[in-house]
Design a protein around this ligand. Structure first.
Ligand SMILES: [Zn+2]
Length: 422
């Protein structure tokens, strides 16, 4: 694991000057830009000023490309892809925690400053990151996901035994609901535990013991009951895992905020999404993890690619999400080039990866774009996203990651030491 970078204090005051700026709004890039940060917020953004403000440290980032910190709205940071699941059975609880810390670190290293964990991770990670005790993306958590008995969230085997992940007290990632009462009680319990978002399965999925992506999940009435319950609270978003059209339609009409995957959307479902402002989180990184040509040769995945392409060209709202945990952690921005190949322009893909995610998570007042008043979450890239969006998928292209004004990755030692900053 990389050393902790020398980070300015949260109350420090400095300027990043000379980079080409992509502000996250899909506005044209601005050459020779300047961003001034004070107490973790952006206080100036625009063309580099002719006269330097007195007493404010300037950090020269010319030759680089500055974007907002990226947002991955669909991750599973408690799931580790590099150690076989059965081998993880021998792990002590601290080994699970250490593996999760590695995943959090890899996610920041990739340029992601905010992430939404859609089941698995528990609130201790979120509060430790917020306190600055560990490095990781700012987190919103679903904690568990809801499905009917035998559905996508139900890990119980036919003989009653459980897979490893479902046995761990540290990852209470599943909740089985069959009636409206079950739904309401589970949502209340999740909110009590600290859920920022409710994840619901309105279709079946891959790798669950009893169901298949073509299967039905929770019905429209259950989604509507969740939305109604949350409406009386902070209006937390509802993320619906939906791999078939009937499930997606139930989620959209029930009032879900986003369709996760959306691998089989009909024209009428897409029209409903546009009408209601429902987001699509395509998770192409997971769909295409064996490559585009392999996916195009497999009828189910070929249909998924067409579904996403049609929804994007129809103009559905889109936020970047990878399903990292199935997709490799730390390669989150591979999704940008997939989105471009699926029909977005590079600027639209950057917007989906920044402001789009912030809008979906209800955080667009604070993060997602480089605008005065927002939290200073910034990424410096050495390759021009307009000419080579795929390069962003390699974390080595990401030279600097700033979270709320604090450098959490600084490969080129651009930031002076703590004390040198005013
Ligand atoms: Zn997922």
């Amino acid at each position: 694991m990389a050393r902790l970078p020398t980070s300015p204090r949260a109350d420090s005051h400095y300027r990043l000057v000379g980079a080409t700026l992509f502000d996250g709004t899909s506005a044209d890039p601005l050459a020779d830009a300047e961003v001034e940060v004070a107490r973790g917020r952006i206080v100036y953004v625009g063309r580099r000023r002719r006269r330097d403000p007195a007493g404010v440290t300037a950090i020269d980032v010319s030759g680089g490309y500055l974007t907002p910190g990226f947002i991955d709205t669909h991750v599973h940071l408690s799931m580790s892809t590099d150690v076989p699941t059965e081998q993880q059975r021998s792990w002590f609880p601290e080994e699970h925690v250490i593996a999760a810390l590695g995943n959090l670190h890899a996610t920041v290293d990739a340029g992601v400053t905010t992430a939404r964990d859609l089941s698995g991770l528990t609130p201790g990670y979120r509060s430790s990151i917020a306190a600055g005790s560990i490095i990781g993306p700012r987190l919103h958590l679903a904690i568990a996901m809801l499905s009917p008995t035998g559905g996508h969230a139900d890990p119980v085997m036919a003989n009653g035994s459980l897979p490893l992940w479902a046995e761990r007290a540290t990852t209470p990632g599943w909740a089985v609901v069959d009636t409206i009462d079950d739904v309401v009680k589970s949502v209340r319990a999740l909110v009590r535990t600290g859920a920022d978002v409710i994840k619901v399965c309105t279709s079946g999925g891959m790798s669950s013991p009893h169901d298949d992506p073509a299967d039905r999940g929770l019905p429209l009435e259950h989604v509507a009951a969740i939305v109604a319950e949350l409406g009386g609270r902070q209006g937390q978003p509802v993320a619906a895992h939906a791999q078939n059209d009937a499930g997606a339609q139930a989620a959209v009409l029930g009032g879900a905020t986003s369709i996760e995957h959306g691998y089989d959307l009909s024209e009428s479902t897409v029209a409903s999404m546009i009408e209601r402002g429902t987001f699509l989180v395509p998770t192409l990184s997971t769909l295409l993890r064996t490559g585009w040509s392999a996916a195009e040769e497999d009828p189910r995945r070929a249909r998924a690619i067409t579904s996403i392409r049609d929804a994007l060209s129809a103009g559905v709202r889109v936020a970047l999400g990878t399903d990292a945990g199935i997709h490799t952690h730390g390669r989150n921005l591979v999704e940008l080039s997939h989105l471009v190949r699926a029909g977005l322009s590079p600027l639209e893909a950057l917007r989906a990866g920044t402001l789009g995610g912030a809008e979906l998570m209800g955080l667009d007042g604070d993060v997602g774009s480089i605008e005065v008043g927002k939290v200073a979450d910034l990424v410096l890239i050495k390759t021009d996203p307009m000419s080579d969006i795929a390069a962003l998928g390699d974390p080595r292209s990401i030279r600097l990651v700033v979270q709320a004004g604090r450098a959490v990755k600084d490969v080129d030692d651009l930031y002076p030491s703590f004390d040198a900053l005013t």
